[in-house]
Design a protein around this ligand. Structure first.
Ligand code: ADP
Ligand code: SF4
Ligand code: MG
Length: 359
């Protein structure tokens, strides 16, 4: 972590990613759209870690893939080092792909079981024609050492490694070309708790050593706590709160962020006993037809009539510093308790039955 305030490396400006749902065999008429990312503004500064947190299905992976130019966007811009990467030529995209790498949740799923790890880690050199033969082998072995793998295991297969080691293989491959931005999409969610800290510490050490910038995605606020300079909380395709880590953990303003934080695992059992948990009732509504007004209103303990009709902007709320943004008409006040409160709106909308999404 190197603090905030540096130069902007990448920003998302009003980014939308909708997936059409089609029906019919011949004409494949669009009948609905999944609003996976629905107007996201974000900024990541060089050398910092932006944590992105939200329940499953709120659009984190889709946003990550848009940032890495793995998905074309439906609307908006993604500006990387001053260039809008949503409009790059093929050659421009190839250069961009060297600078931005992803680390995925399931390292095993992204490693071909029939290939030796040395050749997997060396892929980026092969794809970009950068090093071959003995030079490639020695660069790969350096990378293995960097991520804490035994370089002598160059000829082993992925199955011969543990889950944590396989994630190290994924990290080595992502770092091969010295990327400027690394997007970690739930990199520890599939690992045992005892291994999670090791991988997080490795990522932190590598950041310091190599001056990396991270977007670190998790569904749990406690996972990103120790790595993030800033945290963006997502709900149904939108950022609902964006603040420096200390600000957000010290006093979340969005009721959804407060609920996520109260649900985050608390290491100290005494503290856990005292902590009031805000229970999030119901599932995340369908992103095919997001609720009117504030999307969180059907589940919000602070919801009032205005929330049903009036979509709150992501902006600075009374008393907050200029870089603490919240999309809520009635932000949580210091010392306010939400636990056990029922929604205060006159009616809670119910979600209609919707067809299955297809890619
Ligand atoms: N290729 C796709 N086609 C259709 N819907 C998709 C596709 N990818 C993701 N979605 C939908 O977009 C929403 C957001 O998904 P995702 O970005 O994976 O969320 P998260 O990573 O936060 O769990 C979900 O409703 C998901 O089903
Ligand atoms: S705008 Fe209303 S419904 Fe939305 S989070 Fe704030 S209080 Fe809750
Ligand atoms: Mg995901």
């Amino acid at each position: 972590m190197t603090g905030t305030g540096g130069e902007v490396l990448v920003s998302a400006e009003g980014v939308f990613k909708h997936f059409p749902i089609r029906q019919g065999i011949v004409f494949k008429k669009e009948i609905a759209r999944v609003h996976a990312v629905d107007g996201v503004d974000l900024t990541v500064r060089r050398g910092e870690t932006l944590g992105v947190v939200g329940e499953s299905g709120c659009g984190k992976s889709t946003l990550a893939r848009c940032l890495a130019a793995l998905h074309p966007v439906t609307g908006g811009r993604i500006v990387f080092e001053g260039t809008d990467i949503t409009r790059l030529s093929r050659a421009g995209l190839k250069a961009f792909r060297r600078d931005v790498q992803m680390i995925f949740q399931d390292p095993y799923g992204s490693l071909n079981p029939r290939r030796r790890v040395g050749s997997i880690i060396g892929d980026p050199f092969a794809i970009h024609g950068l090093a071959d033969g003995a030079e490639r082998k020695s660069r790969v072995q350096e990378l293995m050492e960097l991520v804490g793998l035994n370089p002598e295991h160059y000829n082993r297969f992925p199955a011969e490694f543990s889950g944590g080691q396989r994630q190290r293989i994924g990290i080595a491959r992502a770092l091969a070309l010295k990327p400027k931005l690394v997007i970690c999409d739930e990199p520890v969610s599939a690992l045992d708790v005892s291994i999670q800290a090791q991988v997080i510490n490795l990522l932190k050490d590598l950041q310091e050593e190599l001056g990396l910038t991270y977007v670190f995605i998790a569904h749990d606020l406690s996972v990103v706590r120790y790595v993030s300079d800033r945290v963006a909380v997502m709900y149904l395709g939108r950022v609902v709160e964006d603040a420096a880590g200390a600000e957000l953990y010290g006093g979340p303003r969005h009721p959804y962020a407060a609920a996520l934080l109260s649900a985050a695992s608390i290491a100290d059992p005494d503290e856990a006993e005292r902590a009031e948990r805000i229970v999030l009732t119901g599932d995340v509504p369908s992103p095919i037809d997001p609720p009117s007004g504030c999307r969180f209103h059907p589940r919000c303990p602070k919801a009032q009539d205005r929330c049903v009709t009036d979509d709150p902007a992501l902006t600075v709320r009374g008393g907050d510093p200029a870089d603490h943004l919240t999309a809520c008409h009635f932000p949580v006040e210091p010392g306010e308790h939400l636990a056990g409160r029922a929604a205060g709106i006159s009616q809670v909308s119910t979600e209609p039955e919707l067809p299955e999404a297809t890619p």
